[in-house]
Design a protein around this ligand. Sequence first.
Ligand SMILES: Cc1ncc(COP(=O)(O)O)c(C=O)c1O
Length: 402
Amino acid sequence: MTVVNLRDEILAVAESPMVQIATIAESMPGSLKLCYGESDMPTPAFICDAATAAMHAGHTFYTHTAGCGELRQAIARKIFELHQVRYDVPEIMATTGGTMAIYAAIRALVGRGDNAVIVSPAYAIFSNAVIMSGGQPRAASLARSGGRFVLDLDRVRSAIDANTRLIIVNSPSNPTGWVVSEDEQRALAEMADRHNLVILADEVYERLVYDLSPVALAKGDGRSIAPSFARVMHDRERLIVINSFSKTYNMTGWRLGWAQTSERTIKAIYKAVEFMTSNPAAMVQQAGITALRDGEPYIAELRDHYRRRRDQVTAALAELPGVSLPEPQGAFYAFPQFRNISDSTAFTAALVRDTGVALAPGVGFGRDGEGYIRVCFASTEATIAEAMTRLRNFVMTNRGLV
Ligand SMILES: Cc1ncc(COP(=O)(O)O)c(C=O)c1O
């Protein structure tokens, strides 16, 4: 049999340990899948209707690779409305999900011999995009203080060397729920200046923040929103912000996101994207315009719902022995640490086989996630209550394991 040489940088991409858990869960009728990074709620009808109308109105052709002008203008308006920062259309590019924006941005900046410092634990997309680009990911672990995750600037600083091109920060964070403060953003921006680096800020969960302290809450028009790096970093060459429609509007399957940065960097990202996916689907872009224009009441409801679910999960986890939960300040994940778990994949595999409750092993978010489990709370009250009861029973009957 012929064996062709496949590129090392692709072979080095690790399969997520979550795949194993999800495969078991998908084969079990009645399983409770809190392992995925999405809500179990469908896209709201007003957005679906907009896509249907757009198709019938002829939005079935290629658009500009960076997205149609109307969508890019709508994104620029939303950025200004939320953050009072003005981006022009050439500084914004719509992409096939935030995923494409992240990959193309990293591809444009990182190559062989380079490295990127990633505030961790973190969604595996960042390290894998760096690896696929031929670079080396370097984790800068969050610390724990006062019942929360906090940024450890010394760890970030000591991970930087002459080959560092990027600092990657995802806030609100998947999987930890950590939200960066404006002071921390300023400190990172200063580091980027000093070391001639770019900050890749993944802000896809920016609308999903809960009871932030007045310091952490971005000063705006009173809407709940996480602080954006765009407010504190004025040199756009140094900043790439990634955003998405997926989490804010429950549009994960539609594949629509964007990048905002300097016009020069957008041009580079554009070149990469043109020959990979080209433009996001035309009717999806139209639905995105409607989501941005009419979506605020929906977002407010969604956030209230998630806040209640967060409180529900927090209360349930507090009853488990040996478990500590850093407060989830944003996104829709709880990331509890189980004192006696040294193999989170084995634990979550045993849990799903025994109880049908599928959770994501923390090690899937980097080595510093080991010992933790990610619980997605973007689900119904009843599903979460049942999952937490089964988890509790499992923990109580397997005290040796945990
Ligand atoms: C932190 C983070 N960034 C980016 C994405 C990608 O989102 P999408 O490609 O659906 O826009 C996700 C999805 O889970 C995420 O959690």
